[in-house]
Design a binder for this molecule. Structure first.
Ligand code: NDP
Length: 325
């Protein structure tokens, strides 16, 4: 038996239960991982609340962890028992001591990256990889806007942008968070709880606005984000921390400058073992070079997952939060 987090109905963090589960045997193409550190992500709160639908209830939670391979399916040839691995995609259930998942979701972990670092880095770092390098390939000298810059994804984005010579304007809800974003490489910051975001972006770009805006806050920032995109630029809406964006009038894209909008998700970029490995290689290389340092803001025992969810949803965290089984 092994401990894991389960929920049988949607709701607040009180629906999360720590339960004993039998250790499942992997199928032919699967691997069982003994998790050593688990990544907490905002998407976990969407599945818990019902904003995103899990395949069925009761459901496991979480898609990110790092640990050791404990059992390997008969058709898996590239991984062995005791290999150090990490994963950020695949079936729900990473918030547990053990997780069985298809081998295509696993990457082997370089010795230089600890389990804790990997759990803090994989999902968020791979997300930044596809957003800055694939959804829109940012170039040195460009000025971009990134909301929630002091969060888990945000602090990695600040560092990655700095490494590329990109001027990232980061938004955050307090002076302390803004200072943290700047310390991690943001070129400028905006306190979007007090300042006029659109005016500040106009000032910082000499009226040109940004060729690309990255918005994971959603409902509360959508309108302002559109006003920060330069004509024919791209708004990347990749999250819903304040609620989902709904009921969009497409005509507004014409009025605001023939804008483009995309709503991407990691699974469609890390959609094969080859693509996942290429993305992870780029991320790990930046970590190895020191360009990206992982900021673990908080650690919680797995049993305290509800407190961790409340802190993340309550905007009390900065950087990455991990759970320890
Ligand atoms: P964060 O650590 O960034 O936490 C979310 C942050 O959003 C908060 O700290 C807060 O920062 C800000 N925020 C703004 N409004 C609210 C609100 N009403 N309630 C709560 N928080 C708010 O989380 P993650 O790093 O895990 O994820 C960041 C975002 O990226 C999420 O929206 C997530 O869904 C998205 N994401 C999308 C992926 C994709 O492929 N599409 C993959 C990974 C993440 P502040 O106080 O400064 O405003």
């Amino acid at each position: 038996m092994a401990k894991g987090i389960r929920f049988s109905r949607h709701g607040g963090s009180e629906v999360l239960e720590l339960v004993d589960q039998p250790a499942a045997e992997p199928g032919p193409h699967e691997v069982r991982v003994r998790n050593r550190a688990i990544g907490l992500n905002f998407i976990d709160t969407y599945y818990r609340s019902g904003l995103y639908a899990p395949p069925s209830l009761p459901s496991g939670l979480g898609t990110e962890a790092a640990g050791e391979v404990e059992a390997v399916g008969s058709a898996v040839s590239h991984l062995r028992v005791r290999d150090r691995v990490a994963y950020a995609t695949g079936p729900l259930g990473a918030c547990a001591e053990l997780h069985v998942l298809p081998a295509q979701h696993l990457v082997r972990l370089p010795e230089s990256i600890s389990f804790e670092q990997a759990a803090a880095l994989m999902l968020k770092g791979l997300t930044v990889q596809y957003l800055l390098r694939q959804t829109y390939r940012v170039e040195a000298g460009q000025t971009i806007l990134w909301h929630a810059a002091a969060g888990g994804v945000g602090l990695i984005a600040c560092q990655w942008a700095r490494a590329l010579g990109v001027k990232l304007i980061g938004s955050a809800s307090s002076p302390e968070k803004a200072a943290l974003a700047r310390a991690n490489g943001a070129w400028a910051t905006i306190d979007y709880s007090r300042e006029d975001v659109v005016q500040r972006v106009l000032d910082l770009t000499d009226g040109a606005k940004c060729p690309v805006v990255y918005d994971s806050v959603g409902k509360d920032t959508w309108e302002r984000s559109l006003d920060c995109v330069a004509p024919r630029g791209l708004l990347v809406s990749f999250g819903n921390a304040s609620g989902a964006v709904t009921g969009v009038n497409l005509g507004v894209l014409a009025q605001k400058g023939s804008l483009y909008v995309t709503r991407p998700t990691l699974g469609h970029y890390a959609n094969s073992a080859e693509n996942l490995q290429a993305m992870a290689d780029e991320l790990f290389a930046l970590v190895a070079s020191g360009a990206i340092k992982v900021e673990i803001g908080r650690r919680y025992p797995l049993a305290e997952v509800a407190q961790a969810h409340d802190a993340l949803s309550g905007r009390q965290t900065t950087g990455s939060t991990i759970l320890l089984p």
